[in-house]
Design a protein around this ligand. Structure first.
Ligand code: DC
Length: 226
């Protein structure tokens, strides 16, 4: 039986850190959908396209191939851009790219195909509401802006990506706004999702809490089907 777990929430809420660990523990495939929007953004920037021009960005769709490797590598047209997609210049533009309907349809199609093949834990903004509305378990992971900014700042510094805390906090606020106000598939909690405020939780606590929710939900489903 194929299982799908959706983890949505605002920027830098720690979704990918916990989703990766849960995927490892449960043996599911982890799919970082944000990395796909970031890869598309990187490609636009590499080609000198203005990320605020929907028309110019969408015109690149036929020439873009994005691959997520099981080891976490992100490839765009076979170029390894795992590190580049985390740079502040990409973070600062990705919300524009993610607001363009045709780019979303292009990437959502790939995300649904991956979920049809494997048991997945997929993180993003619209997984429970749009990409996988029938996901077995839906989590909406949140944390305060200040907590999220510190988490993302620490992550960037540990990866050697230069940034300031102020720059990160501004970026997080800007992305929250654009991601939740776009017309098509905005960031929103699904009506059947469980909200988890992780502001005062450690990574281990979040991982354990989500695994507990998954086990409970899957058991309930099994009982209902029996
Ligand atoms: O999770 P992240 O910060 O790597 O995501 C990068 C951007 O991509 C984020 O600002 C919103 C967008 N995104 C989206 O719109 N839908 C998704 N499913 C995943 C990410």
């Amino acid at each position: 039986m194929k299982i799908s777990i959706a983890i949505d929430g605002p920027a830098a809420a720690g979704k990918s850190t916990v989703a990766k660990k849960i995927a490892e523990i449960l043996g599911y495939t982890y799919i970082d959908t944000g990395a796909m929007y970031r890869a598309f953004t990187w490609y636009c920037m590499e080609n000198g396209v203005n990320c605020e021009s929907e028309e110019e960005c969408c015109a690149l769709i036929p020439e873009v191939t994005i691959k997520l490797r099981p080891n976490g590598q992100v490839l765009c047209n076979d170029i390894d851009i795992t590190r580049e997609i985390r740079e502040p210049r990409v973070s600062g533009n990705v919300s524009y790219i993610a607001s363009y309907k045709d780019i979303r349809l292009f990437l959502v199609d790939q995300q649904r195909k991956m979920a049809a093949k494997h048991s997945v834990i997929m993180d993003g903004r619209d997984i429970g509401t749009y990409v996988l509305p029938d996901a077995d378990v839906k989590i909406f992971q949140i944390a305060s802006v200040e907590t999220r900014a510190v988490r993302r700042y620490d992550e960037n510094i540990s990866k050697g990506i230069p940034c300031t805390l102020e720059e990160i906090e501004n970026d997080v606020r800007k992305r929250d706004y654009i991601d939740s106000h776009r017309d098509f598939a905005p960031l929103k909690c699904a009506h059947d999702a469980i909200t988890l405020d992780t502001s005062f939780m450690t990574v281990e606590e979040v991982v354990n809490a989500i695994i507990e929710i998954i086990n409970k939900k899957l058991k309930e489903k099994e009982e209902n089907n029996a």
